[in-house]
Design a binder for this molecule. Structure first.
Ligand code: ZN
Length: 135
């Protein structure tokens, strides 16, 4: 019998399921534990120590390879864009900010999950402080 180990602990059940799905796609046997409790009540996440991803010990190098290839780790911060001029009024009083009007809601999360798109970063946008134009 191969030993089963906890490969990683996730505090986000959706992320855990995405990773699990990727591993299953690649033929790696794995399962999650403590998942249902957390999905029903996220407040329990801390108490339980998160959703645990279990794999066979012998698959650890393979799993690491898969997750690296798929770039499924948390996305890196986008590099800040250089200062640009506003295309609307020409002002250089422009910031690179979180796009407030494009925030993810629960439905977006569910749809993204269904489509296997990684949804955990907010889109950033340029914002002109003079005319409020976003580009
Ligand atoms: Zn402007």
């Amino acid at each position: 019998m191969d030993k089963i180990v906890v490969f990683e602990t996730f505090y986000n059940p959706i992320e855990a399921n995405i990773v699990k799905a990727r591993l299953m796609d690649s033929g790696v046997q794995c399962f999650l534990s403590d998942e249902n409790t957390i999905t029903i009540n996220p407040l329990y996440t801390q108490a339980l120590g998160g959703v645990k991803l279990h794999i066979f010990e012998k698959d650890i190098p393979l799993v690491k390879d898969i997750l690296q290839d798929e770039n499924i780790q948390l996305p890196q911060e986008e590099t800040e864009a250089g200062v640009e001029n506003c295309p609307n009024c020409g002002s250089n009083h422009v910031g690179y900010v979180q796009a407030t009007k494009k925030r993810f809601n629960l439905l977006t999360m569910i749809v993204s999950f269904a489509l296997m798109i990684y949804p955990f970063y907010a889109k950033k946008t340029h914002h002109c402080f003079d005319c409020e134009y976003e580009f």
